[in-house]
Design a binder for this molecule. Structure first.
Ligand SMILES: NC(=O)c1ccc[n+]([C@@H]2O[C@H](COP(=O)([O-])OP(=O)(O)OC[C@H]3O[C@@H](n4cnc5c(N)ncnc54)[C@H](O)[C@@H]3O)[C@@H](O)[C@H]2O)c1
Length: 430
């Protein structure tokens, strides 16, 4: 099929590349000129495992092209909207990019086009998209006869290609989604047979995405709250998580205590769900607590480490891991940013290393980014490890002892055993 994907971010580009490599013809629309130039040069504008070679393969096929804006094309069958929905000043998801995309589709697309929203939305935002598409068509004297559907995206950064190729489920929300519908046919063509395709109403589909992220965020806050108890009574929260995770009713994932969740999705989706619920008269006390515990996870960690260390004035904090988690270069709402701001406000300096975050990206945020962990270890007065990158998990403690002149290891992901760290001559703070 010939499809267009609007927004070449983590969701849009990965989807465009995977679907091209599965045989479809894809037009990737990206209105950020810097990103577009990089894409045209065959370069992914962000890191995602496997994306570099998959993008090369897709471009070589001749079936993937990149453009700045959609162009009228009667052979286009499907359009996917994958633009950002950041949190706005009102605490709700901002639909500006979504509606701009919808307007572009309405102004340029065929009146029979099928439009699928993949961006995360608040309930009823899909209706606004449909309205914009309709209006755009109307301005051209056309009556929109296609459909607008919502298909939540559940991919995870760090495994986005794998998740797109073999998702846990595909959800399609909207009306008229029978076996003859083009959207259903498309998803059947890109989804392994064993993967359930859930066809539902649009409200349930919209809410299922917010619910999924709120649930995962809740698990992280749950284990972080329990970690405080475990620390007080001398238990090991990693072992507690392992034990409860063996219960099939609970499962092992998203039970890792540490500096909390960040990234471009959990914080904004959870907060906006809380705020949206308020607008319809519902208090989501549980989710409010999830957000509060998450803020305390990073602040509490920072305070514990700094009170053991002393005054930050004139001291250099070395950070290993800047991104919001391992396996990605995404700095959106990364706990490291909160820590850096606090340390700097207290008069300290910061050096950092993250194997996936390119220097220029860190430097845009005013962070001095070094070439490797060795450089950080040898310059730091205080060390904090903030992502579970394999090279940080497997630190060579003899090398750390030789390079690092500080006394404390702040372990923001609970990666290390106290006895190992103590043996190397350091005090471990989690
Ligand atoms: N990143 C994830 O892991 C993830 C997972 C699931 C769902 N989501 C949701 O998917 C959506 C996209 O997330 P993302 O992380 O890919 O965002 P992103 O910021 O990485 O990418 C969005 C892209 O859309 C482009 N864009 C904006 N308006 C445009 C327009 N009118 N025309 C063309 N391009 C335009 C932006 O320049 C940007 O490159 C969000 O709603 C997010 O919540 C993200």
């Amino acid at each position: 099929m010939k499809i267009a994907v609007i927004g070449m971010g983590y969701v849009g580009l990965v989807s465009a590349v995977v679907w091209t490599n599965l045989g479809h013809t894809v037009i990737g629309v990206e209105n950020n000129s810097e990103k577009l130039q990089r894409l045209l040069a065959g370069e992914a504008p962000f890191f995602e495992p496997g994306l570099h070679s998959a993008l090369a393969e897709a471009m070589q096929s001749g079936r993937l092209t990149f453009v700045e804006t959609l162009v009228a094309d009667s052979t286009l069958e499907l359009v996917f909207i994958c633009v950002g929905t950041p949190i706005g000043v009102d605490g709700l998801l901002n639909d500006q990019y979504l509606l701009e995309s919808a307007r572009m589709v309405g102004m340029l697309g065929d009146a029979n086009l099928q439009v699928v929203i993949k961006s995360t939305v608040l309930p009823k935002m899909s209706d606004k998209v449909l309205e914009e598409v309709r209006l755009g068509c109307e301005e051209r004297g056309l009556v929109f006869k296609g459909g607008v559907y919502f298909s939540p995206e559940f991919l995870s950064e760090g495994s986005a290609l794998r998740d797109t190729l073999a998702p846990s489920r595909v959800v399609l929300g909207g009306e008229g989604l029978d076996q003859e519908n083009l959207v259903v046919k498309f998803f059947k063509s890109v989804t392994p047979e064993a993967v359930p395709i859930v066809i539902t109403d649009i409200r349930s589909a919209e809410l299922s995405k917010l619910a999924a992220n709120a649930m995962l965020a809740s698990r992280i806050s749950f284990i972080n709250e329990l970690a405080l108890v475990a620390d007080k009574v001398g238990g090991d929260i990693n072992l507690v998580a392992k034990i409860i995770g063996l219960d099939p009713r609970i499962g092992p994932n998203f039970l890792k205590a540490g500096v909390g969740f960040g990234g471009g999705c959990f914080p904004k989706d959870t907060n906006s769900l809380i705020n949206y619920a308020k607008t319809i008269g519902i208090k989501t006390g549980l989710l409010e607590a999830v957000v509060e515990v998450n803020q305390q996870a990073v602040i509490g960690f920072y305070n514990r480490v700094v009170s053991a260390f002393g005054d930050p004035v004139g001291k250099r904090l070395g950070i290993l891991g800047l991104a919001y988690k391992e396996g990605t270069d995404d700095l959106r709402s990364a706990p490291a940013l909160e820590i850096i701001e606090r340390w700097r406000n207290a008069g300290g300096m910061v050096v950092a290393f993250d194997p996936l975050v390119v220097k220029i990206q860190a430097e845009k945020l005013g962070i001095t980014s070094l070439d490797d962990a060795t450089a950080v270890l040898s310059q730091a007065d205080l060390l904090m490890v903030l992502t579970a990158e394999p090279e940080f998990i497997n630190l060579d403690w003899e090398r750390v002892s030789a390079l690092y002149h500080g006394e404390i290891i702040g372990d923001g992901r609970r990666l290390y055993l106290a006895k190992v760290v103590n043996k190397a001559g350091f005090k471990l703070i989690t």
